[in-house]
Design a protein around this ligand. Structure first.
Ligand SMILES: Cc1cc2nc3c(=O)[nH]c(=O)nc-3n(C[C@H](O)[C@H](O)[C@H](O)COP(=O)(O)OP(=O)(O)OC[C@H]3O[C@@H](n4cnc5c(N)ncnc54)[C@H](O)[C@@H]3O)c2cc1C
Ligand SMILES: *[C@@H]1O[C@H](CO)[C@@H](O)[C@H](O)[C@H]1NC(C)=O
Ligand SMILES: *[C@@H]1O[C@H](CO)[C@@H](O)[C@H](O)[C@H]1NC(C)=O
Ligand SMILES: *[C@@H]1O[C@H](CO)[C@@H](O)[C@H](O)[C@H]1NC(C)=O
Ligand SMILES: *[C@@H]1O[C@H](CO)[C@@H](O)[C@H](O)[C@H]1NC(C)=O
Length: 508
């Protein structure tokens, strides 16, 4: 801590010299009224909201060299055969039904003519096992029915105020525990993959996974639609958030390549220290770093965060979702958009997506396989070449009578190892209760605010969750500034059980 204080001290000196214009404008001796930490969807939309409220004295502080956060794309493929692929988010999840509510990500996509296409996740699927093609689409239909059943039973539990359980228990209770690799693969498709919980059933809240699904995909509950559109824009998905930022953001309102190392806060304001030793001061700080970054301790808080905040942060889960891309000189695989591979080990290279189809990137020779959760962590610890060997073993098992060549390009991003993310997105475990959600979003000392996909009760995990959280935080902070002060977002000191454990009355 001594080192941190020293850095802050040096930072102040540097700042007084570097930014004299901020010192005498009669408004404040601080660098900005609001420091927005992180330039992902939540940070950019919070900034836009402040701007719309006439509050332009803010600064976005972002470690990377561009805005967009987890929205990241790269050019992938052999020289001369490269295509834009998305390392992070790829879908607009839930679009719009008639003239009902539109997913705000879809609204941005329309505004900036983002190229996106309907992805048929229910109908366009080929099924495989370790001996090749194997038709088990009937089991896939059953698994859809089981999914509907567990979200309906979740609604009953909510009504009768029964405690939350995990999804493994839920499947057991409705009599749907997978009994073979095919049933397991179909369940994986519904739970770990298509709804993007990115974790196995035992790691998911029953109630919240049901709600999370309905709030986005079920129009009866205010959801957008049950459609997923895949972004295939050569500019990359991030273009929508960068173009939106370009409409209102001045260059003086964003500091790129600026990694935050510590946040010192009090009831009067905050000082943020950067990796280069400089520091920035403000009245308010909005922290939009992923809950994985907060859990890992990549950023120091001074004073340490209160116990109720630490509990909320540590009790959420940062799940990992990994897309492994392969390019071949020629397509030899399924003509559907999707394929499922049933391995003897659940979650072993199970979900395959072809980009080489007419609606996506025809002629690209690109196919990718997704792994999630603990399996993602496993492959992150391996060499690329070892992962490639395993993937090729599976692909050759899927096509026993085809000479499957080695790929000409191979790539995956290690989201969990990345110190700016520490995973892909949050996933709600059964032990996380509404009080924790409130505390994850709550303000500390009225000055330190939190927003991001993880603080969204209805849409945690999704881009639109990050969008709405940025909007909400921006509105609330603007109100505080306009009013001169505010109470901030309230928290619970203790998240307690509905009824106490009766240990004292248990005998013996
Ligand atoms: C592989 C993958 C697939 C996904 N698929 C989808 C999908 O198909 N559809 C969907 O809706 N959502 C999807 N998501 C989730 C979606 O990407 C997130 O919900 C959303 O991007 C989160 O935005 P955010 O602003 O909350 O956080 P972030 O985008 O993480 O923004 C936080 C910012 O803080 C910066 N930062 C972190 N630490 C520091 C530091 N110390 N100093 C300075 N800056 C720092 C980061 O660089 C980042 O820019 C996916 C995510 C991943 C990773
Ligand atoms: C950020 O850093 C990258 C890589 O060092 C550099 O190319 C880029 O110009 C920098 N951007 C800014 C705005 O400083
Ligand atoms: C592969 O070829 C063998 C022998 O001709 C045949 O029995 C088998 O059904 C084929 N497998 C697939 C998946 O086509
Ligand atoms: C798979 O089996 C189903 C019946 O269960 C059938 O309707 C479908 O056409 C079959 N698909 C293929 C590709 O053979
Ligand atoms: C989710 O929506 C389905 C379909 O309308 C409904 O049957 C179920 O009860 C809902 N579940 C919850 C938890 O809201």
């Amino acid at each position: 801590m001594r080192q941190v204080h020293f850095a802050i001290l040096l930072g102040f000196v540097a700042l007084t010299n570097a930014l004299p214009n901020h010192q005498n404008d009669g408004r404040s001796t601080k660098d900005a009224k609001v420091l927005i930490l992180g330039g992902g969807v939540a940070g950019v939309i919070a900034a836009r909201t402040l701007h719309e409220q006439g509050m332009d004295d803010f600064l976005i502080v972002e470690a990377r060299g561009e805005l967009g956060g987890r929205m990241q794309n790269i050019e992938f493929g052999a020289p001369g055969e490269q295509y834009t692929i998305e390392l992070g988010p790829n879908w607009i999840q839930g679009t719009q039904t008639g003239d009902g509510p539109a997913n705000p990500i879809l609204t941005l996509a329309r505004k900036y003519n983002l190229k996106n296409q309907f992805n048929d996740l229910d109908g366009s699927i080929t099924t495989y096992d370790y001996n090749g093609f194997k038709n088990y689409t009937d089991l896939l239909d059953t698994s859809v029915d089981q999914f509907d059943q567990y979200i309906a039973v979740a609604a009953e539990r909510i009504k009768t105020q029964q405690v939350d359980l995990n999804l493994q228990s839920a499947y057991g209770i409705i009599g749907a525990t997978p009994k073979n690799p095919y049933e397991a693969a179909c369940q994986y498709y519904q739970v770990d993959w298509v709804r993007e919980y990115a974790q196995s059933p035992d790691q998911n809240s029953w109630i919240m996974s049901a709600w999370n699904n309905n709030f986005t995909f079920n129009t009866d509950m205010g959801g957008f639609s049950d459609t997923n559109n895949l972004c295939i824009d050569p500019r990359g998905f991030k273009t929508i958030i960068q173009a939106e930022a370009a409409e209102f953001l001045q260059s003086s309102q964003v500091s790129l390549n600026s990694t935050v190392t510590s946040i010192e806060y009090s009831s009067n304001g905050a000082t943020v220290t950067l990796a280069d030793g400089s520091s920035l001061s403000s009245d308010y700080v909005l922290c939009t770093f992923s809950v994985g970054v907060l859990q890992y301790g990549d950023v120091a808080f001074e004073p340490a965060l209160p116990a109720w905040k630490v509990e909320a942060i540590q009790n959420m889960v940062m799940a990992t979702y990994t897309k492994i891309f392969l390019q071949f000189t020629e397509k030899f695989w399924f003509d559907t958009q999707m394929a499922i591979y049933a391995d003897k080990q659940r979650g072993r290279y199970p979900i395959w997506q072809s980009l080489d189809v007419v609606d996506f990137l025809p002629g690209s020779g690109i196919v990718f396989v997704t792994v999630t959760g603990d399996f993602s962590l496993r492959i992150e610890s391996m060499e690329d070449s070892d992962v490639q060997n395993e993937v090729m073993e599976v692909l050759r098992a899927m096509y026993p009578n085809t000479t499957v060549p080695d790929p000409v390009a191979f790539l995956f991003k290690r989201w969990n190892a990345d110190p700016l993310f520490r995973g892909s997105y949050s996933n709600w475990p059964a032990s996380f209760v509404p009080g924790h959600a409130e505390n994850l979003r709550a303000t500390v000392n009225q000055r330190l605010w939190f927003a991001g996909e993880a603080t969204s009760f209805k849409y945690y995990g999704f881009l639109h969750g990050a969008y709405y959280e940025g909007l909400h935080a921006g509105e609330e902070i603007a109100k505080c500034i306009a009013g001169g002060s505010c109470a901030g977002l309230q928290h619970l000191d203790d998240v307690v059980d509905a009824s106490p454990y009766p240990f004292t009355s248990i005998t013996p």
